[in-house]
Every structure is written in structure tokens, then in C-alpha cells.
Design a protein around this ligand. Sequence first.
Ligand SMILES: Nc1ncnc2c1ncn2[C@@H]1O[C@H](COP(=O)(O)OP(=O)(O)O)[C@@H](O)[C@H]1O
Ligand SMILES: [Mg+2]
Length: 279
Amino acid sequence: MSEPRPHARNRDRPALAIRGLTVDFKRRGGDLRAVDQVSLDVWPKEIVGVIGESGSGKTMTALSAMRLLPYGARVSGTIELGGRDILSLDEAGMRGLRGDRIVLIPQDALQALNPTMPVGRQVGEPYEFHRKLSWRRAADKVIDLLRAVKIADPEVRAREYPHQFSGGMQQRAMIATGLALDPELIIADEPTTALDVTVQARILKLLREIRDQRGSAIMFITHELGIVAELCDWVYVMNGGRVVEDGPVARIFGAPRADYTRMLLAATPSIHKRKERPR
Ligand SMILES: Nc1ncnc2c1ncn2[C@@H]1O[C@H](COP(=O)(O)OP(=O)(O)O)[C@@H](O)[C@H]1O
Ligand SMILES: [Mg+2]
């Protein structure tokens, strides 16, 4: 029943371990269960895909791990980040982890960036906030980060504002911010949905490089199955707040076990062609 998981070999513990996560929202006429008994691991250096239709609980699972759930959400279960139980941390403790050990790359980079602050300043914020570096000392590192995410003319670009960047560059700037302190875990929630296909491909290549070169674990949330087939090592399929199955990417696409997964794949006919691309 249990399938070999290459990234779990020779590792002490997952970068992220979620057990029995349940998220409820109070509602008139009965609670809404957004996430229902979800258990999920992301191992060091592993890229884990989380797929499922809109409303299946992917974002609420991600926000639980960041402790950034909307007001009114009630959470139970356990979430460990590198062995640390994060649901019992106070807000100050959690702020110490966010942007340092665990980072979120959201769907809409422009909305996440501050329009009134030069991009470089924002990319360097983790150095100032978490490492108490002066801006002058952070500035050199910012240039390196912008270069790492393939932004040309980083010295010039660092002084520009988010609206002067294209959508793909805004997203890469967000990724640069996330990389500043070499996080154990990067959670990317539909990070390429708003981008065109060429730009999307560049971002995916970048995430793969980040994993290969820096060793970060990546949880990649998307409803686009083609991306998962190309990018991910292991896949969780969610429906109605639950994980319906998980497994190695080739098996999930080649021999899905859950009816829901079969239905999802049938709705995306081009998938089989894409997964044959060499990795
Ligand atoms: N602030 C909120 N209050 C109440 N329900 C919410 C809130 N945010 C999300 N939900 C509900 O939680 C469920 C899961 O949403 P979400 O995790 O965003 O799905 P996905 O990311 O898979 O599209 C949905 O039914 C959604 O309506
Ligand atoms: Mg979502």
C-alpha cells in the first residue's frame, strides 16, 4: 500500500508535517469545514504538488502552515515545521519563522508587494527584520538575490517600484524576498496562474533551481495539472477539504486510484503528453 518516497530516505524528518488538520468557519446554520483531517508531508529537497479544484481547501491548508488563516477560522490537528510544533507558538514566535524558515509565495505578487517602496528595499526586508542588518549591508545581498531570480540590471531595478515591473518580474521579486534567508520550506500558492505560458515556464525552472541549489522543500499548490506533472516529485489530491490520495507523480498521473483523481485527469486531456517531457 505505502509507496517508496525517495525524498524521505536518509532524512530525519519532514520539513513540514501536517497531521489531522481541520479548519472550520463558524456560519449561521452550521459550520463550514474548509479542511477536513488533512495529513501531508513535505520532505527536504522535495517538490510536493497539491492539486484539486477551486474550493477544495488548498489555500486554507497553506495558510494554516503559515498561521495566516482568516479571522474566525478554528484549527485543530498538528503542524510541525522541521520538528517544531507551530500551532502552539505565540504570534511573536510565528513572526520569527515567517519570512525566515517558512515563506509564502502568493498568487498575486503585485498585491503582496508594497506599491510605495522600491522593490530592492522589500527584497531586503528579511535581512533587516530577521537579521537586524543595516540597509547598506543588506543592499549587496539584494542585488545578488535579484540576479539569482534572473532579473536583468539588478542595480537599476532594485530602485524601481513594483508597478514598473512586469507581472513575471513582480513574481520573481516575491520569490527573491522568499529566498533571502534560505528557508526550509517554500509554499507557493498558484504562483503562476496570472502569468502567460512563457513566463510561467521561467518561474517553474527557477523553482526547480532553487530546490536543486539551495535544498529548500517546496509545496506547490495549483489547479493546473500540467505544471504538477512537470515540476513535482510527490502529489496530494484534494477534494472537498480532504486528501483523496497521494503518491509519486508518475503513478498519480499514470495509475490514479481515487475516482476523483481520474475525473480530474479526464478533464485535462493534454496532461499525458506533457508529462513525457524529459526532466
Ligand atoms: N474567510 C473565509 N470564511 C469562510 N469560509 C472561507 C473563507 N475562506 C475560504 N473559505 C472556504 O473554505 C473552503 C476552502 O477554500 P480554499 O482553501 O480557498 O480552496 P482552494 O484554495 O482549494 O481553492 C471554501 O469552501 C471557501 O469558501
Ligand atoms: Mg486557493
